[in-house]
Design a protein around this ligand. Structure first.
Ligand code: ZN
Length: 133
């Protein structure tokens, strides 16, 4: 079972400019920035109620975020759901026929274990599962 929307991931070209815009939009500062070198992304988080907004900027031209922006422009990149046990959910969703990009969880930003589902099997939306470490 997926518990709640943990965060929305938003692909941006210029994380500093976008951070300023979001600070104004949300009326509060971000609480964290983190580079995830294995994913080729810089991230920046805003808390909004019990969910978060994650801004994502590519750190290199081969980054999945760079490729996403090239194809589709800036905008919503993924929807992340909080799960209590990511291994159980990966097994359950695979058994239901969903295509996993990561069949074993990996380390993500914000102290999470994460796994992505392929948008081909989720109606065009990249889905992230995340569990607190
Ligand atoms: Zn995310």
């Amino acid at each position: 079972m997926l518990n709640k929307i943990e965060h929305l991931g938003i692909a941006v070209k210029d994380i500093e400019a976008s951070a300023k815009m979001y600070e104004t939009l949300l009326g509060k500062p971000s609480y964290k920035t983190e580079v995830v070198e294995s994913e080729g992304v810089s991230t920046l988080f805003f808390q909004i109620g019990e969910s978060k907004i994650e801004l994502l900027e590519a750190t290199n031209p081969e980054s999945p975020i760079a490729k996403f922006i090239e194809k589709r422009g800036e905008g919503i990149h993924h929807v992340a759901y909080d799960v209590s046990d990511i291994d159980v959910e990966i097994q359950r969703l695979q058994a239901e026929g969903f295509q996993l990009i990561h069949e074993t969880p990996k380390s993500g930003a914000d102290n999470k274990k994460i796994a992505f589902l392929h948008p081909k099997s989720t109606g065009g939306v990249l889905v992230e599962l995340c569990q607190d470490k």
